[in-house]
Design a protein around this ligand. Structure first.
Ligand SMILES: C[S@@+](CC[C@H](N)C(=O)[O-])C[C@H]1O[C@@H](n2cnc3c(N)ncnc32)[C@H](O)[C@@H]1O
Length: 397
């Protein structure tokens, strides 16, 4: 009966009646048993997990198109929000802009709290018009390149799968079956060798590591007191020297040597008090420093390589000197709380190492202790926990 009314209100009435009937029928339906429910939930969980790449891919799009910067600089007061069409007017190279696709991207990330959304509805005849505007949140503010404490946009660009890692990921199953590194299978060389011949990948990697360092440095500098007694500190695998520069700014009595591959230090910026030195940590680590710092180095390599690096540290240090290692520590039991950031950090990083590095992996505390003592150091201790990373020390006596 209601379906004979053809105006908008009638359609609404019709759908209410149908809905009520459906609700009555639903109430009479036999309940789905517990086992079937669990089965359905498990299927849904697996299907959703298989779509976990979507927010990462969307994140890559907004960083590539510089959308956080556009929102930070172009969104008008007082709400500081913009529609997808408005945003696209500021995107370079948008010769045939597709605002609908950008809106989909923004909505997916709004679900993850990366953007805020203001929805405005109005009627145009029988049509309901919806205008969505997007703004920055605390999450997307750290993607604005000009963020006051440094952004993590380059880390996002590096870590979300682009063409370089896409090719390596194709070999993940093979790396399980053949025991070979996925990156090597894809390119016939390890990632550091690849960077040597691909300067654009090297500079993105270094920029990403600088972002990573900037993210964790406030915690390291606040919690770890071990720099107070150091006279001259070498950062082995120190990249562009950002970490060392920040340590020296906090501890001005310390002299710094930033040691990395020649091609890395050749383009590294100058930092006050930091001497850049090119070399190969597998061949020789120069002496002259009473402490050696290494962040995110051990996890790049297999045990044999780590032992070689630590032995070279040992040789370079004087008696009483120390090696300071900053890396993730994998717990013995695998935690079940997959949402906790620390757990995601550790196990995501461990999985990523499997792709990037020849036998690179995160390690348990006992494995670090074994390697440090085997290299000749007489003491090993875990000094302090940062987030999912820890500071460890080995002392030469
Ligand atoms: C994962 S990054 C860590 C960078 C920095 N420590 C940080 O945490 O931001 C590894 C670093 O080791 C350097 N590296 C790789 N092989 C090396 C070698 N044989 N000798 C010296 N440095 C090396 C890379 O160039 C890179 O800067």
């Amino acid at each position: 009966m209601a379906s004979t009314t053809m105006n908008g209100a009638g359609r609404a009435l019709s759908s209410t009646v149908t809905h009520t009937k459906a609700a009555e029928e639903t109430a009479r339906a036999p309940e789905v048993n517990e086992e079937a429910m669990q089965d359905m939930h498990a299927k849904l969980a697996m299907m959703l997990m298989s779509a976990c790449w979507t927010p990462a891919a969307a994140l890559r799009v907004v960083v590539e198109l510089n959308i956080p910067h556009i929102l930070a600089t172009q969104a008008p007061a007082p709400k500081y929000v913009m529609t997808s069409e408005e945003i696209l007017k500021h995107v370079a190279g948008a010769s045939k802009p597709n605002a609908r696709n950008l809106e989909r991207t923004m909505r997916l990330l709004t679900c993850k709290s990366v953007f805020s959304e203001v929805v405005e509805c109005s009627a145009k005849g029988e049509m309901q018009m919806v205008v969505r505007r997007y703004g920055l949140t605390p999450l997307s503010r750290v993607l604005v390149p000009e963020h006051s404490t440094g952004s993590v946009a380059n880390f996002v660009k590096f870590a979300t799968v682009g063409p370089v890692y896409g090719k390596a990921l194709e070999h993940l199953s093979e790396s399980v079956l053949l025991g070979e590194d996925a990156f090597e299978l894809a390119y016939g060389m390890n990632e550091f060798e690849y960077m040597h011949s691909h300067p654009e990948h090297l500079s993105l990697f270094q920029a990403a590591m600088t972002d990573h360092a900037n993210q964790m440095l406030p915690l390291l500098l606040a919690k770890y007191q071990g720099f107070k007694t150091v006279r001259k500190l070498m950062d082995v695998g120190g990249g562009e020297g950002t970490i060392l520069a920040r340590i020296l700014a906090r501890h001005p009595h310390v002299q710094g040597v930033n040691f990395d591959l020649p091609e890395v230090v050749a383009t590294a910026p100058r930092h006050r008090g930091v001497e850049h030195m090119g070399g190969n940590m597998f061949h020789k680590i120069p002496s002259g420093c009473d402490a050696i710092f290494m962040k995110s180095i051990m996890h790049d390599w297999n045990d044999e390589d780590c032992l070689k690096i630590l032995q070279n540290c040992y040789k370079a240090l004087p008696v009483g000197g120390k090696v300071i290692i900053v890396d993730a520590i994998v717990p013995l039991e695998t935690p079940k709380d997959s949402e906790a950031l620390e757990n995601v950090g550790i196990f995501a990083s461990d999985f990523v190492m499997q792709v990037h590095c020849p036998d690179g992996r995160e390690r348990h505390q006992n494995e670090f202790q074994h390697l440090v003592l085997a290299a000749g150091f007489s003491h090993f201790q875990v000094v302090v926990q940062l987030d999912y990373m820890f500071v460890m020390e080995g002392i030469k006596q």
